[in-house]
Design a protein around this ligand. Structure first.
Ligand code: FDA
Length: 402
């Protein structure tokens, strides 16, 4: 398998999977365990590159609370069937079968204790046990329909297959091998592609905004970020280019160019009421010193300047003014210049339109034997292990049928 495998491809296989990422490897192992002859082809020099770099090197491989509500798609019902038939508990059982140590970091997010490579090794072991073959450094040159299946021309030679599974992922991190290949194949077979954009991605800010926060890169605080219908309470991080951290990555999936994003800087608190209590307890304390109980001095100074609020002893404000200051700081609003784009985005929103794909098997309704799985489909998860759970679930669904 892999580098030790003979360089020539078999003449024909039952199932050919393009893309040796999370979804493709899960699909290959599942189909091969049914006795299907499976071949996985990938153009990269090694398999599972995104798994290896995920979760800061510790792969957030699933989420305890995975539910269809944690996914975006033009058809929010599409993900339900696959997620119900291969759940987070199924993948956790697999992780435990291999004795991979893991822990819950926060909000149900399960990470490897050691390294992401444990998950790649698990998938390769499953493929090996089921005798699925994998070849890397293989360019797909063309795909044509042939009686009873598909004929592919590749840089390693021709190969035919009965079922063809496209598992080539989204557009994020092109340096890791991401391409729009899956969308091109979808169009070749007459499927629609829902327009794509970078998601789970940091915001960039305008030059003036960046100058104002030049002292802050590296500073973080808990916020509740909202934009349109979306809202997330998590950490926000100031960076040299703008804003990042889980709250920002999450809300980026709801954001469109030109829209404002609002941050509640004291989530779960009535800040006006809190300031009134501080005023009753310590009337001579200056506003900036009172707020320094909540945020670092640098952050307090920044937010007061940005909102043009003078710092005076609390007793000088009066009830209404303190309530107003609280309200202002719980609705800090800005319009990002943009996002860092696919260069750093964790995922791609949009993709192959699910209308034309069976939600039970991932097979195209109009094109028998052609399957799309994982991120290439118009199904995108929240931050927190949901995207891998979708890759496992959709890969498994197709592997049971292809
Ligand atoms: P994936 O991208 O994994 O695999 C696609 C494969 O297809 C690749 O091996 C690629 O080389 C191959 N390919 C592409 N074009 C090809 C072509 N033309 N010919 C042949 N092969 C081709 N999610 C999560 O749940 N928890 C996490 O911790 C993280 N962390 C994270 C960090 C970073 C930095 C990124 C970029 C992403 C994450 N994600 C994540 C998201 C997660 O990595 C992603 O959703 C899944 O890897 C998608 O799995 P797929 O198998 O669909 O695509």
């Amino acid at each position: 398998m892999n580098d030790n495998a003979p360089s020539q491809l078999p003449e024909s296989v039952d199932v050919l999977v393009i893309g040796a990422g999370a979804a493709g490897l899960m699909c290959a192992a599942t189909a091969a365990s049914r006795g299907r002859r499976v071949l996985v082809l990938d153009h990269a020099n090694k398999v599972g590159k995104k798994i290896l770099m995920s979760g800061g090197g510790r792969c957030n491989f699933t989420n305890l609370y995975t539910a269809p509500e944690n996914f975006y798609s033009r058809n929010p019902h599409f993900c339900k069937s696959a997620l119900a038939r291969y759940t987070q508990w199924d993948f956790i059982a697999l992780v435990e079968k291999y004795g991979i140590p893991y822990h819950e970091k926060t909000l149900g997010q399960l990470f490897c204790d050691n390294k992401s490579k444990d998950i790649v090794d698990l998938l390769l072991a499953e493929c090996r046990a089921a005798r699925a073959q994998i070849r890397t450094k293989c360019q797909i040159e063309s795909i044509a329909v042939e009686q009873g299946g598909y004929r592919l021309h590749t840089s390693l030679g021709p190969v035919t297959c009965e079922s063809l599974v496209i598992a080539t992922g989204g557009l994020s991190i092109p340096t890791m091998g991401a391409t729009g290949f899956g969308y091109d194949i979808a169009r070749q077979f007459g499927l629609k592609v829902v327009s794509t954009r970078a998601a789970l991605v940091p915001f960039t800010l305008h030059k003036k905004q960046l100058q104002q926060q030049s002292e802050l890169p590296g500073s973080a605080l808990a916020v509740s970020a909202s934009c349109g219908a979306g809202g997330f309470s998590e950490q926000m991080l100031f960076t040299h280019r703008g804003l990042s951290g889980p709250a920002v990555l999450q809300i980026s999936s709801h954001w469109h160019e030109g829209e404002a994003v609002t941050f509640d800087l004291a989530p779960g608190k009535d800040l006006g009421q809190w300031l009134l209590t501080q005023c009753a307890d310590k009337p001579d304390t200056h506003l900036h010193n009172a707020l320094a109980e909540l945020w670092s001095k640098k952050l307090v100074q920044f937010f007061l300047q940005r909102q043009r609020i003078d710092s005076r002893p609390l007793k000088q404000y009066g009830e209404r003014a303190l309530a107003e200051i609280g309200a202002q700081l719980q609705a800090w609003t800005l319009v990002p210049a943009g996002t860092e784009g696919y260069r750093t985005a964790e995922v791609t929103l949009g993709g192959v339109d699910t209308d034309q794909v069976s939600s039970r098997t991932m097979e195209c309704k109009q094109q028998p034997g052609l399957y799309f799985i994982g991120e290439v489909l118009d199904v995108t998860g929240w931050l927190g292990g949901y995207n891998f759970q979708w890759a496992w679930a959709s890969g498994h669904a197709a592997g049971e049928q292809a």
